[in-house]
Design a protein around this ligand. Structure first.
Ligand code: NAD
Length: 298
């Protein structure tokens, strides 16, 4: 039986529509809109394309959007000064520095310089600490894990008491997601296993999962017989496995063999069109949240 498709593309549209209404309500109430600055250093083609998408989405939602492009040889000091300026700007509610940064700049130092109240990527240690505490302490959820949680909730995937296995323990995907799904509260309350390169018997762990999230960056890592029949499979991996000369675009594959896995899984995300579209939507959601909280506190 073919699995139900969890379409990130569709769910993203619903979320952006909700956010559009929220922005309009803000404009009516305060005469203000959310302000987002995207700082791009250099011209790495992948970064340019991510930033372009972010800027386009922000403009579609009616944000005050600044795309601040800086040369690849900008000094760390100058970049920190730029961030300090946006930290102090009352019309900017979200600051995003596109990674990777050139090697002469300490990315950690730069990310930690962002005002945690404007850290819409959710990478600042203060926001990660708040995430760990959970409940009302949470301010910004990192965008990709937040997108995955939305996909699970909006596809009515039961999480309460569910066995969730997350493969991959990066700071931007696996680790925060494992914490989020194990928290007390709606859209969570799961029993989470965090698997990684040192995990013994990875296949056995995966076979126990009611919800299997794979964020390893290894094409075809999860075999069909690792999936419990009826499980929900979220494939976070984005792997460039070739190049299509006709479209001029990279051929992408996830960490799961989608065509075969969909015969076993109950629900599954495609690559592309699954987790990918959600990440930018969550960035927009964080910026709207940040703007509301700033305007309501004034
Ligand atoms: P990462 O390289 O920082 O981390 C990968 C993790 O997977 C590591 O913790 C590692 O221990 C684990 N891992 C790797 N190989 C493994 C194996 N054979 N068995 C078990 N565990 C293994 O990667 P990341 O930044 O978390 O990204 C993971 C994947 O998700 C990549 O393909 C990336 O492109 C994709 N990604 C997609 C989005 C999106 O918006 N769709 C966002 C972030 C990352």
């Amino acid at each position: 039986m073919a699995a139900e498709l969890i379409s990130g593309t569709q769910i993203r549209q619903t979320i952006l529509k909700e956010l559009g209404k929220d922005v309009e309500a803000m404009r009516q109430k305060y005469g203000k809109v959310p302000g987002l600055v995207t700082i791009l250093v250099g011209d790495n083609p992948a970064s340019v394309s991510y930033v372009t998408l972010k800027v386009r989405t922000a403009l579609e939602l009616g944000f005050h959007e600044i795309q601040d492009s800086q040369p690849a040889d900008i000094s760390e000091e100058a970049l920190l000064a730029l961030i300090a300026r946006y930290n102090a700007d009352p019309d900017i509610h979200g600051i995003l520095v596109q990674l990777p940064l050139p090697p002469h700049i300490d990315a950690t130092k730069v990310l930690y310089a962002i005002d945690p109240d404007k850290d819409v990527d959710g990478f600042h240690p203060l926001n990660l600490g708040r995430l760990l505490i959970g409940g009302d302490a949470v301010r910004f959820l990192p965008c990709t894990p937040a997108g995955i949680q939305e996909l699970l909730v909006r596809s009515n995937t039961p999480l309460e008491g569910a066995e969730v296995v997350v493969v991959g323990r990066s700071n931007i995907v696996g680790k925060p997601l494992a914490v989020m799904l194990g928290q007390k509260g709606p859209g969570a309350n799961a029993t989470v296993t965090l698997a990684h390169t040192r995990t013994r018997n990875l296949a056995d762990h995966c076979r126990r999962a009611d919800v299997l999230v794979v964020a390893a960056g290894v094409p075809g890592l999860v075999k069909t017989d690792w999936i419990k029949p009826g499980a929900t499979v979220i494939d976070v991996g984005v792997n460039r496995i070739g190049f299509n000369p006709e479209t001029g675009k990279a051929i992408l594959s996830g960490d799961v063999d989608f065509e075969r896995a969909k015969e076993v899984a109950g629900k599954i995300t495609p690559v592309p069109g699954g987790v990918g579209p959600m990440t930018i939507a969550m960035l927009m959601k964080n910026t709207v949240r940040s703007a509301w909280s700033y305007l309501e506190q004034r």
